[in-house]
Design a protein around this ligand. Sequence first.
Ligand SMILES: C[S@@+](CC[C@H](N)C(=O)[O-])C[C@H]1O[C@@H](n2cnc3c(N)ncnc32)[C@H](O)[C@@H]1O
Length: 453
Amino acid sequence: MALNKFMHPRNPYRIKKPDFKALASKYEEFKTHCTTDSKGQVHLDFKKPECLKALTVALLKDDFDLDLDLPIDRLIPTVPLRLNYILWLEDVFGEGTPVLNAIDIGTGASCIYPLLAAKKNQWHFLASESDATNFTYATDNVKKNNLAHLVRVVQPTEPSGMLCDILMNNEESFDFCMCNPPFFGSNLEAWGMLTSRSESRPEPLSANTASPQESVVPGGEVQFVKQMISDSLVLKNRIRVYTSMLGKKSSLSVLKEELSRCEISNTGTTELCQGRTMRWVIAWSFDNTVKFPKPLGKKLLEVKPTNPIMWKIPSQTHTKQSIHELLLKHLNDLQMSVKFSEDCYHAIAHHNTWSHQRRQRRQKERELSSPEKKNHGQKRLSDEDVSLGHKKLKTEDGDSVVVEASTSSPPILEFEMKLKDVEGDFVVEAKLMKSGSKDLLHQVLQFLKNRVK
Ligand SMILES: C[S@@+](CC[C@H](N)C(=O)[O-])C[C@H]1O[C@@H](n2cnc3c(N)ncnc32)[C@H](O)[C@@H]1O
């Protein structure tokens, strides 16, 4: 599971491995596909399509209360990857996950994206599916979960019909469209026979159940997404954000070139990492107010197990309550979201609000002392601030600088801090959680140390 550590920071499967034993004890059907070894460990054979299906069905039931029926001869979706794409779309539209109206092109028998997003965020979907068997299963899966008020499944009038086709008799506007296109251009490519030796990948660990009509399309995913781009030039802002997943990294540069050729400049990309699989997403918009999150890159997403960082506060200067109040105040000043229970603070930062505070304060003082700028508390952003995703800075009374951060960015640091009594003194013990680096955590602790002396 080499890539799990690079999964989206909010993806629960990043740290939670499916517990086959627990699932087998809850779900009879899942249990029938499991084997138990002499040590009592429960196993699943991923080379068998029935086992893959049983796992996807059990996870969707257990984690999202979704009941799915899937044909064994069609693509069986893996849940962590599908969730990664949805979580990235949440980032595009900002925190608080507003109710959105979306399109899923090629929804599959599972109708997985619309069902997951409808259940998780109450998003509305128009889902298209050209394959007759998949269309029937998708429609039944929506009904089975009582989600017909949120998800409509349609068939394009032409088998290769795309956005313009399904929106022909429709006046609606949509917030975004998403798509997991057939990746390959031919059956030979789908079977891996066109891949040269040097490019060849290790043999897959799990069965591929996708039918030819699900994995193969003339021109492969590049042609499929080029058609989406062409349709988007007609539909423009009727869909605010156009996105598609890609199975091959090489397709990214070809499609970026196509977007540039079509003079579409507001574009974004991201990587989706899970298990041993990597996928990519390409996105574009005609609305310049849409800001695509900067890809975090593997460095920031990777969390290496680290020892906690300790910091001692002498009890002569503070009581436990006064330390608690100061910690909460300063974490709050840093615009982190903080949960506190049982002497433990769980904090998440979306932007670096703690660096260069002194420089910002001096700048503010200079601005306030310069007569022509006296009425302009607002400060120009440095390149670094911009690269950190800050929307704007504004000064406040006193020595604090408040950073109004863009809300559409994923966390850059997540940590836990415990406040303990140790031999008459107080000790703060801080530990990195799902996102960030030890360096960032050190910086935050130094910021707090300077204020809680
Ligand atoms: C790779 S599968 C993805 C299925 C599902 N979205 C998932 O992620 O598991 C691609 C799907 O697109 C469907 N498809 C292919 N061309 C299509 C088109 N022009 N319009 C709608 N669906 C299409 C295929 O039948 C297939 O179900």
